[in-house]
Design a binder for this molecule. Structure first.
Ligand code: SF4
Ligand code: SF4
Ligand code: SF4
Length: 790
């Protein structure tokens, strides 16, 4: 029996008393859980900071942290600034590697706590609105409803109320872990990495809670492969209608707006009022009502607000430009902040009557309000939009065509805008060309620009680059109308049963997840092209967040968007939009479900075994091509602890750390074979755990490579190598130089490249491996469990 702080929990292995015999009883005060027989409790339920440390160290001994300090000083306490270059230590004794580990841990702590806080806010509200007894029912095809929660927390939640306990565990662990980043705590970079991995893992639980809570409460699609198609693009808004624009990640407010419209006979979005969103709130509003519209990813914020199309702007939380109020003021769009996480300094009007708030925003000169009462905010936003639309007449700050070259005429081609552009776009040339009468260069930048506005702040003439860009690209923007399949949420257990075997044997070459934000090096088209390439190659492609939006903004030769071209099922050649950022938990959940449903590995509190299974057998790879946020850092790190490699775009270097395998370190790629009990070198599969690459071509080759697993059958390895070789040859014009490291026997060689590969292998004196087919385990603990030999 043990007793701990927090929710108080007792665990009794067995209790015998007169007339009473109890085994494996857990009591949690604040909620009593009587474990069902669904699964015996595994070794690590509710892991603490160091519970999975040995698994982390095992991973980190193969995938060594490689640091790229973005800043070589520390100024986190008043001892500093401390110079940590050339082996120097700070006043607290910290060295450069440990400092980088600390910064990574902090980033993951910010990311994980952001999702957790989002989940808590949403859950508490849903419990208040719908009741703690609201059942968690994801339909008859989803029995393993919350795989991350079952695996990590060790419980099987039945109601919204049960999720509160799950979140309490996550919250407590985040507090414990973040405290380790205080001055004078942890002194080992490896231990910091273990803490970052812990936070990443917790993040997936928090995301799962947030998404499952909103799915069951709002009746979002429950894993429907044929979830409806919605619309996305800046060109699809009917500007003749009043419009409410939502920006952020917590959809609660958007749903209140739609419900208010329904109750007041204002029809669905698009009938009387347009309701559209940017970023993940937009994803989730279409999961509730597919006639709502998605403007696009985070990078479109400033430009769209500046267009003046919105008659009310509502912001909730996360990834909102800090300029949203300032930009809204420029176009006279009333501004409503609904989350205390982003109150923007505007007055709290919670106690005011609705009429007073509306009149203050429409004719009273108040540009913005803080209104965390969501039902009231919905009423205010709708009435305000209806009343301001005729007054504003879509006031906008985008100049007329004839003004364009006039504004640009002051440009001296000094280059300051370009030097301050995070992705080095040739803004200077484009503006200077505009001055000379050619707007085409600026129009071309529209698709590549991150929309950050830094060029404008740097220009000595205050040139409104983004406004000029929108005008220059106006004709194209008007045609931006695409289709996106709304987020379907979880992967069905029935789908896992169908594809589990071909994934684990390697016959489906991989599961590729395009996730994350819109900090793209060369525009969102790269993500769309990659997703299409891998879906056509019969990989299973899953997508979420801003990446899912960018993928929609592309048409094939027949004019179809990827969501129209490919099925929405979790199958070879499927393109599965799970939903917003928090829906990423369904992607990690799918990997976990493969181990549990297909391979029947026990799930409950059994993290190391499941992660070992995924690392060795599930050919999955994440791609966060435009990752920018701390949330993306913690999501990726959570995938890493579970054994899923992640590829970052070039901006990902700024996260300061990669986990890189070293091919030459053969011992690190040696595993246990449960058939023979021997230690076997498996080649670098997968080679890295997190790596940043330069461009789309490099990424595509890396995706194909990182889907290789030691468990691949010869047929599976042959299929995976076909894609690796084919992509490599198309891009580099030759065979991969490390190909021999992945060919275990001649049977692995793809038929289409047989002669060429055989002659290469002969040249380098390659020899078939002694044990080409093994039952691989990286963890000694797990190996011991499954080895039945002597
Ligand atoms: S935390 Fe350490 S390294 Fe950083 S400023 Fe303080 S003393 Fe210097
Ligand atoms: S707004 Fe666009 S062009 Fe300007 S600095 Fe940002 S990315 Fe570069
Ligand atoms: S900073 Fe301003 S003046 Fe200089 S090149 Fe850019 S737009 Fe022209």
């Amino acid at each position: 029996m043990y007793l701990e702080k927090g929710p108080v929990r007792f665990s009794l292995k067995s209790l015998e008393s007169t007339g009473l015999s109890v085994k494996d009883l857990e009591v949690i005060i604040g909620g009593i859980e009587i474990p069902e027989v669904w699964e015996p409790l595994g070794p690590t339920p509710m892991p603490k900071i160091s519970t999975l440390r040995s698994w982390d160290f095992k991973l980190l001994s193969r995938y060594k942290p490689f640091y790229m300090p973005f800043c070589d000083q520390c100024c986190l306490c008043t001892y500093g600034k401390c110079d940590l270059t050339r082996g120097k230590r700070g006043s607290c004794g910290i060295d450069m590697s440990t400092q980088q580990g600390r910064i990574v841990t902090l980033a993951c702590a910010i990311g994980a706590s952001t999702h957790t806080s989002h989940a808590r806010h949403m859950l508490d509200r849903l419990i208040e609105k719908f009741g703690a007894d609201t059942p968690i029912n994801l339909g008859s095809d989803v029995n393993v409803e919350m795989p991350n929660t079952r695996l990590i927390v060790g419980v099987k939640p039945k109601t919204l109320g049960d999720l509160s306990q799950v979140l309490s565990y996550v919250e407590e662990q985040i507090v414990q872990t973040i405290s380790t980043t205080h001055t004078g705590q942890e002194a080992s970079y490896l231990d910091y990495e273990s803490k970052a991995l812990h936070l990443g893992m917790l993040d997936h639980v928090a995301m799962e809670v947030a998404d499952v809570a909103q799915i069951v409460a709002f009746n979002f699609p429950k894993g429907d492969p044929n979830a409806p198609l919605s619309e996305i693009g800046m060109g699809l808004i009917d500007i003749a209608k009043p419009m409410i624009l939502l920006i952020g990640h917590n959809v609660s407010e958007g749903i209140e707006v739609i419900d208010y419209m329904n109750r007041n006979n204002l029809g669905k979005p698009g009938e009387v009022l347009e309701v559209a969103g940017l970023c993940c709130t937009a994803h989730d509003i279409t999961r509730y009502e597919s006639s709502a519209k998605i403007i696009g990813p985070i990078s479109h914020q400033i430009r769209f607000i500046r267009s003046g199309a919105a008659d009310t702007l509502i912001i909730d939380e996360q990834c909102i430009t800090n300029l949203s109020l300032i930009e809204a003021q420029k176009v006279k769009t009333p501004f409503i902040a609904v989350s205390d996480k982003a109150a923007y300094g505007v007055p709290d009007v919670s106690e005011w009557p609705i009429e007073k708030i509306v009149s203050s925003l429409t004719v009273g000169g108040l540009s913005g309000v803080f209104l965390p009462d969501l039902e009231k905010a919905a009423a205010v936003s709708v009435i305000t939009a209806l009343q301001t639309a005729p007054l504003r007449q879509k006031f906008k700050v985008i100049p007329d065509v004839k003004e364009l070259s006039n504004i640009a005429s002051k440009c001296t081609h000094c280059g300051r805008c370009r030097r301050n552009c995070p992705i080095d776009l040739p803004v200077d040339d484009a503006i200077y060309s505009l001055k000379l009468g050619d707007s085409s260069k600026l129009a071309m930048l529209h698709d590549l620009c991150l929309g950050c506005g830094r060029c404008e702040w740097e220009c000595p003439n205050h040139t409104p680059v983004l406004s000029l860009m929108m005008k220059a690209a106006e004709a194209k923007i008007k045609t931006e109308k695409y289709k996106i399949r709304v987020g379907r949420g979880p992967i069905l257990d029935t789908e896992i049963r169908e594809v589990g075997s071909p994934i684990v044997l390697g016959e489906i070459p991989g599961v590729v997840a395009f996730v994350g934000c819109a900090n793209y090096p060369e525009g969102g088209l790269d993500v769309a092209l990659m997703a299409r390439e891998f879906a056509r190659r019969r990989y299973i492609v899953t997508v979420s967040g801003c990446a899912a939006m960018s993928i929609a903004m592309y048409r094939n030769e027949e004019g179809l968007t990827p969501y129209e071209e490919f099925s929405g099922a979790f199958e070879a050649g499927g393109l599965v939009n799970v939903g917003s950022c928090v829906a990423n938990a369904h992607i990690s959940g799918a990997a976990i479900k493969i181990a549990n449903i297909f391979a029947r590995r026990p799930l409950r509190g059994n993290y190391e075994e499941i992660a070992d299974y995924i690392l060795n057998r599930v050919g999955a790879c994440g791609v966060a091509w435009g990752a920018y946020s701390q949330k993306a850092a913690s999501i990726a790190t959570g995938f890493n602890r579970l054994g899923v490699p992640v590829i970052l775009g070039p901006q990902g270097l700024k996260y300061r750390r990669m986990y890189l395998g070293r091919v030459e370190d053969k011992e690190s790629f040696t595993v246990y074979d449960a058939r023979t009990g021997r230690r076997v070198w498996i080649g670098p599969a997968p080679e890295h755990l997190i790596i940043s690459v330069e461009n789309r071509r490099e990424a595509m080759v890396m995706i194909a490579k990182l889907c290789l697993r030691p468990n691949d059958t010869t047929k599976g390895r042959m299929i995976k190598l076909t894609h690796y070789i084919d992509l490599y040859k198309k891009i580099y014009g030759k065979l991969p130089e490390d190909l021999h490291l992945f060919i275990r026997s001649e049977a692995d060689i793809p038929v289409t490249f047989k002669d060429e590969v055989l002659s290469y292998l002969e040249k380098i004196e390659w020899k078939p491996w002694e044990l080409p087919s093994i039952d691989p385990y990286y963890s000694e603990n797990v190996f011991k469990k499954y080895y039945r030999g002597g």
